[in-house]
Design a protein. Structure first.
Lengths: 301, 416, 261
């Protein structure tokens, strides 16, 4: 497999895994919670590394998931005191957890295989060199990993589509009908954490957050129904992966950063030209209406 | 700045870091309050990330590396990002949280790309990004301090001068507009203040942790005061305390400054949330416990009165049986009553002292008053539906209304 | 209750609020479309109509919070934009952060800021006006409380006191009775009627037709366009209500009526 293909596939798989979850974060107004969770998993990674000396996927994912839950529970606990608004609670909890992680890295794990650079902003350019031997065939490690996470997210949506849909749309109705919005919400955020931590070493925290948020927000401007929103969001993830890669190669710039920029560019285009919600589109409609409204008025005078 | 640095009993570098952390704390504390109180603290998170491309562009454009040029670039990018957030929210389709997230991601991606672009020319590695993300307090120079200090002073003066318009806009934007205040300008001013706080702080604590410095002082201060003016002062002081303590700990332990400051801040905020008098979680829990205990004690007091009416003074055990309460509760209540001087004891048996009898009367009167309120209260001409506290009805209603209520009731009973 | 047909109370006196050919649109849909309305001075007037009829938008347009596509708004004969000191506006309360660190007294003081100047200290007379306003709405015992510690009706009183302290001849209130019980609503209405009796014009966005019939003397019935504007007895005729609510009478059943709008 060529390096180019490996990188694009890795980013595309991330775009898929994240694009599946993103729409629900946007609809549930949990975008920033997902950003918080993506950062808060760092101490989980560090602790697992300190305890087991490994970055093996399964223990790291468990450690990350534990801290994702700690982060969410902590934010909720603080918010539920009624003394702090939820935005401030988020702004208090996740930097604290992240600071713990940074201290752990700099104090105990520096110089070993765990450095901040690769954890936080990763370097997707190196993914082709991290390989696994599977039945004598060399496989780029990120592909089966992200593939598994994507499959997990697909499974989550396929199994609980109805539940996720109803808790997103009308949480109190769901609760009355025996579906716990809290449980569903936790599941989604744990999935976010797993996606984030798996993608960390290949693409880094920043690109994960970007892939979770930007394609979904873009898709929200373009679609009015749930399933199309999810699919378009995944599609924009792929567009960002491919477009970003070619941009990065031609400009010799950061690949992850370029992908994020392409995603953001898609958003800006949608913001301006989306059929129903775009600024330009709406300005045109408004101008037409206004002239229509003025005509009878003028005719009257 | 020289004299200040000389004044501190620290090494030169440590003094600079210490002062930087204090300025950061004051700025983030006072200016951050205007974001936190509007429930837009996470805009601060987005803007901290969004200053990166500004720094890069300033560097590319001027080639200068001095603090003020880069600060101008950072501030410009922050303002642009803040404006973008507002514009995106105006679609009505994208909600504030998504708008903030999109701008954060977009600007930061741009920043990373620009940084690699820089690296290609300068042969420098990506150490710049590390510094940017996690802060590098040790890299602060004396001239940085001067810039930071001036920015901080100017914006604090601005807050003091425009305190009333800011307070009005912060509390009630619609009202502010209706009395002719320039709401757009005030909104811009508040955003600019947030950007200034970030520009001052991001070098020390870094982009990711900056948001904690913005929220911690306000969260802490809010638990101790319900007045905005006092809150701003307290917030600045708490910010300075967090910054300086964090800087000292990190100096003595050889730990990275940003994370340590944030952890100290967390301790401050949580202490306030838990222990603040009148508001804190522990304080409220204590009040609930005291209230419950008082309710139990009053209940036992009335049971005792009933038992005394029925026969001889009971023992605690008998009282427990008669009243159907656990013996432990009864004993604890009796201890409380003893302490209040309401009890007399005759060996094992208890009966009421004069004070105790009076207490029972007051209690029964209050109960009766509540019954009367339920029966006749609707006829009282009270201004609006109060939410009366059954135990303190007289206090909630006021003496006038209470007397009216009693008069009404006695009239009614005389009539029937 | 006034039942006169002539909308101008006394010749030569400009109406408290006059709106001519006003069109306002959000994004692409017109919310107010070629609206004309006139509310004479010294009335307790209601702005009535189904949800989405543009009631709040009208008030916002008057105080300049909402941009206007076209049209003219005058307050006591002056263009609204230069008559802000003649208007006291009480916005909808649903966006207020009740945990905000501010006391009752401070909220009411805001009403004096404009006339005192935004930087100068409040004068003794301002403090008197603030104290009087608080007293007038019966909140004096609560003046040092943080606003979150009040009941719904009391909170609304605070905002009415703030409007009162502005000492403006025209008061605009946007859904002031949302979320308060009937008894409180009635008490607040007494208060507003008192302001009217002192010669002020009080304009209230409301959705309960029965209350408007019983307590108000002027009504502007709105559904994107003006359906009727005049003394309550005329403007709230069954025919007009049917036109405004699209066949469903709003009488005593605002919820039933709103699904149409």
């Amino acid at each position: 497999m060529s390096d180019d293909l490996a990188i694009i596939l890795t980013a595309g798989l991330l775009g898929t895994a994240a694009g599946l979850l993103g729409p629900f974060l946007v609809l549930r107004r949990q975008v920033l919670l997902s950003d918080a969770v993506s950062h808060a998993v760092l101490p989980g990674i560090v602790i697992v590394f300190l305890l087991f000396g490994s970055r093996a996927p399964v223990p790291v994912i468990i450690g990350a998931a534990v801290f994702a839950v700690i982060c969410v529970l902590g934010i909720e606990a603080i918010r539920n005191t009624g003394l702090v608004h939820s935005d401030a609670a988020i702004g208090l909890v996740f930097p604290t957890l992240f600071a713990l992680g940074v201290l752990g890295v700099t104090e105990f794990a520096e110089g070993v295989h765990l450095d901040l650079d690769s954890t936080i902003y990763g370097e997707i350019a190196f993914t082709p060199f991290r390989t696994w031997e599977v039945f004598g065939v060399e496989v780029v490690r990120s592909l089966p990993l992200l593939g598994a996470v994507t499959a997990l997210n697909v499974l989550l949506l396929a199994l609980f589509w109805k539940e996720i849909k109803v808790t997103t749309f009308d949480p109190s109705f769901a609760r009355v009908n025996g579906i716990s919005p809290v449980v569903i919400s936790r599941c989604i955020l744990v999935a976010v954490a797993i996606t984030a931590v798996t993608a960390f070493e290949s693409v880094g925290a920043i690109l994960v957050v970007t892939m979770l948020i930007v394609p979904a927000a873009t898709s929200y401007l373009l679609t009015v129904r749930l399933l199309p929103m999810v699919l378009v969001s995944v599609g924009i993830g792929w567009i960002s992966a491919m477009g970003g890669y070619s941009f990065a190669i031609s400009m010799d710039a950061s690949i992850g950063g370029s992908m994020g920029m392409v995603a953001a560019a898609c958003f800006v285009l949608a913001l301006l030209f989306a059929p129903r919600y775009g600024f330009v589109t709406r300005a045109l409609v408004r101008a037409r209406r206004r002239s229509a409204a003025r005509k009878p008025a003028e005719a009257g005078t | 700045m020289d004299w200040l640095i000389d004044l501190l009993p620290l090494s030169y570098t440590d003094s600079v870091v210490f002062l930087g952390a204090v300025i950061l704390g004051v700025a983030a504390g006072v200016l951050g309050a205007f974001a936190v109180l509007r429930q837009r603290s996470l805009v601060g998170d987005a803007l901290s990330h969004a200053t990166l491309p500004g720094v890069c562009v300033a560097f590319i454009a001027t080639g200068a590396k001095d603090a003020s040029t880069l600060a101008i670039g950072a501030a410009a990018a922050g303002l642009v990002a803040a404006t973008m957030i507002l514009i995106i929210e105006r679609t009505d389709r994208i909600r504030p949280d998504a708008a903030i997230g999109v701008v954060l991601s977009g600007f930061f991606s741009l920043g990373i790309v620009l940084l690699t672009y820089l690296a290609n020319f300068n042969n420098s590695n990506q150490a710049g990004l590390d510094t940017y993300l996690f802060g590098q307090a040790a890299g602060l120079l004396e001239q940085d301090l001067t810039v930071m200090g001036l920015l901080c002073l100017i914006s604090l003066a601005g807050v003091a001068l425009a305190f009333r318009p800011l307070k009005t806009a912060l509390f009630d934007m619609a009202f502010a507009g209706s009395v002719g205040l320039p709401t757009r300008l005030l909104e811009l001013a508040m955003t600019a203040m947030l950007v200034i706080a970030i520009v001052i702080g991001v070098r020390t604590v870094g982009a990711i942790l900056m948001v904690a410095m913005l929220v911690v002082p306000t969260i802490t201060a809010r638990q101790f005061t319900s007045r905005l003016s006092i809150l701003l002062v307290l917030s600045g002081l708490f910010g300075a305390a967090v910054g300086s303590i964090g800087a000292l700990i990190s100096n003595s332990g050889g730990l990275p400054t940003g994370p340590v400051i944030v952890l100290v801040g967390f301790v401050f905020a949580m202490t306030a949330i838990l222990l603040a008098p009148g508001r804190g979680v522990a304080w409220r829990a204590g009040k609930i416990m005291r209230d419950r205990r008082r309710a139990a004690t009053e209940g036992v007091l009335i049971d005792l009165e009933t038992a005394l009416h029925a026969g001889a003074p009971p023992t605690p055990e008998e009282l427990a049986t008669v009243s159907g309460r656990p013996l432990r509760t009864v004993k604890r209540a009796l201890t409380d009553l003893d302490r209040a001087g309401s009890l007399r004891r005759d060996g094992d048996r208890v009966y009421l002292s004069e004070a105790g009898a009076a207490a029972v009367h007051t209690l029964l009167d209050r109960r009766d008053l509540w019954t009367l309120w339920l029966e006749y209260g609707w006829r009282l001409d009270i201004p609006d539906a109060r939410e009366p506290d059954p135990r303190r009805l007289r206090e909630t209603l006021g003496d006038d209304l209470t007397d009216q209520l009693l008069a009404m009731a006695s009239e009614e009973q005389a009539g029937s | 209750m006034s039942t006169e047909t002539d909308p101008v109370a006394s010749p030569g006196q400009a109406p408290a609020l006059e709106v001519e050919r006003l069109t306002v649109s959000y994004s692409s849909r017109p919310v107010l479309w070629d609206v004309d309305a006139r509310i004479p001075a010294g009335r307790l007037a209601a702005v009535v109509g189904p949800n989405g009829a543009g009631k709040s938008t009208l008030l916002k347009a008057v105080v300049g919070l909402q941009g206007v596509d076209t049209g003219r708004i005058t307050v006591e004969g002056f263009p609204a934009s230069s008559a802000l000191d003649r208007i006291a506006y009480v916005p909808q309360r649903d966006e207020v952060d009740w945990d905000f660190p501010i006391t009752v007294e401070e909220v009411v003081e805001m009403g004096r800021y404009r006339s005192t100047g935004w930087i100068r200290r409040l004068r003794a007379e301002d403090r008197d006006i603030v104290a009087d306003s608080i007293d007038r709405v019966g909140m004096t015992p609560f003046r040092k409380r943080q606003i979150g510690e009040l009941s719904g009706g009391q909170r609304q009183r605070v905002f009415i006191a703030r409007a009162l302290s502005q000492q403006a001849p025209v008061m605009l209130l946007d859904e002031p009775f949302a979320g308060v019980d009937a008894r409180t609503e009635s008490a607040l209405l007494d208060l507003l009627a008192g302001f009217r009796d002192e010669g002020r014009t009080v304009i209230v966005v409301h959705h309960d037709i029965a209350t408007v019939r019983a307590r108000f003397d002027w009504a502007l019935l709105l559904n994107v366009r003006t359906v009727a504007c005049g003394p309550v007895a005329e403007s709230l005729s069954d025919r007009n209500l049917r036109r405004a609510y699209g066949g469903v009478s709003g009488e005593g059943d605002p919820e039933g009526a709103t699904w149409i709008g």
